[in-house]
Design a protein around this ligand. Structure first.
Ligand code: SAH
Length: 387
């Protein structure tokens, strides 16, 4: 996911590797008509047997993409200190639910909790809840995080708000299915996945199926836009979790700060961009996160949204350069690798600017460091309507 894909290229994956889900999708389209992009993404990523996030070991050098916590331990450590600060802001409650969405290989949480253990009282307070659909990754998380006694749920909505709650999601929002729409002759049409005579899947435009039409801007010819239909439900679940006892959430992902129009639906396999339709179940599918829409949805749920700010600004405020210097001084033979990892995380040409950080806090909680005071921040709800 840190790769910036050029236009999709052909695939070098043998047909046998991509067969079962493509067959199933073809049959479904022939029986009931074209699929919306969210329907296609949901099948490709979450199909119980063949879905990408149900079976693939996606993350890391041997997988399909590399994420920030896999680049440097400092990333998770700084996030751990961020969590400790929010716990202090909450009044150091004796119990706190710590929820991670899509914890991957468990690296981020392991680094975060190791750093956070320096704060007396924090670890004993933590009730660790991991939201993960991939059994292979669940097993890895169980191994890495056994010392913290985690429990797993399949969705945010399955968590009971028992305590003040802290939520973390790195590269999680981009896996939420996105719908795509284009204006043709003054009307919105939806981009759908159909099947040709030759059995190949292809995009077509058809009558809108995803029920978000009232949320689209006025149809101006040539406009193309994306909307995540699960956003309202996701934020309903998030605010239901944060409201009763207070709490904060932190999301890090890639996408523009302002709502942008255009096609960001993409597929990555073996660190290379591929056509999103040619290997459902075998490639990671994502779309850019519309942070303005997220901030609007969070604000609508009664919470305060802070940011988004760039990953570069966020990690710098948290002290990445100082922490990296200290790590390099303690491990001189690793100094070049530490510097390279730091560069990758915050250089504007690498992840520094494309990746954004959005914080959400329950009413009354202090503004986290590095974020502008909400009173002086731009009013997200004045942007184009979004779910
Ligand atoms: N946060 C990790 C992994 C990011 S990849 C990191 O930074 O390295 C996305 C993660 O979300 C994976 O762990 C994937 O299995 C999980 N995932 C994907 N769809 C999900 C869903 N609908 N619910 C819960 N987890 C999901």
């Amino acid at each position: 996911m840190t790769e910036t894909p050029p236009p999709p290229t052909g695939s070098d994956t043998p047909a046998s590797d991509v067969g079962p889900l493509t067959d199933l999708i073809r049959r479904q389209i022939r029986a009931t008509g074209p699929l919306s992009v969210p329907e296609f993404m949901t099948l490709a990523l979450q199909h119980p047997e063949h879905g990408y996030y149900r079976r693939q070991q996606a993350i890391g050098a041997a997988g399909d993409f590399v994420t920030a916590p896999e680049i440097s331990q400092v990333f998770g450590e700084l996030l751990g200190l961020w969590l400790v600060q929010r716990w202090i802001d909450l009044g150091q409650p004796g119990r706190v639910s710590l929820v991670e969405l899509g914890p991957g290989r468990g690296t981020l949480m392991a680094d975060a909790l190791r750093a956070a253990s320096a704060m007396p009282g924090f670890l004993p307070a933590v009730d660790l809840v991991l939201v993960e659909t991939n059994p292979t990754l669940q097993a890895l998380q169980a191994e890495r995080l056994a010392a913290y006694n985690p429990r797993w749920v399949e969705a945010l909505g399955a968590i009971e708000p028992e305590h003040p709650t802290l939520v973390l999601g790195n590269e999680f929002l981009d896996v939420l299915p996105t719908a795509q729409f284009a204006v043709v002759q003054g009307a919105w049409l939806e981009r759908l996945v159909s099947v040709g005579e030759d059995g190949a899947l292809s995009f077509v435009l058809g009558q809108p199926q995803t029920p978000v039409l009232p949320l689209l801007p006025p149809p101006t010819d040539g406009l193309f836009t994306e909307l995540m239909p699960s956003l309202p439900g996701f934020f309903k679940d998030l605010s239901a979790l944060l409201r009763p006892h207070g709490g904060a959430a932190l999301f890090i992902d890639y996408g523009p700060a302002e709502s942008a129009h255009g096609d960001s639906f993409q597929a990555v396999r073996n660190h290379r961009p591929v056509d999103p339709l040619t290997m459902p179940g075998a490639a990671d599918l994502t779309a850019h996160v519309d942070f303005a829409a997220f901030a609007t949805a969070a604000t609508g749920g009664g919470a305060t949204a802070h940011g988004p700010i760039s990953q570069r600004a966020f990690l710098t405020v948290l002290g990445l350069p100082t922490r990296a210097d200290r790590l390099a001084a303690g491990n001189p033979d690793q100094a070049a690798a530490v510097a390279a990892a730091q560069h990758r995380l915050i250089d504007p040409a690498e992840m520094g600017i494309l990746f954004k950080v959005l914080a959400i806090t329950s009413p009354g909680l202090a503004t986290p460091a590095g974020f502008a005071d909400p009173a002086s921040a731009p009013a997200h709800n004045q942007r184009r309507p979004n779910p």
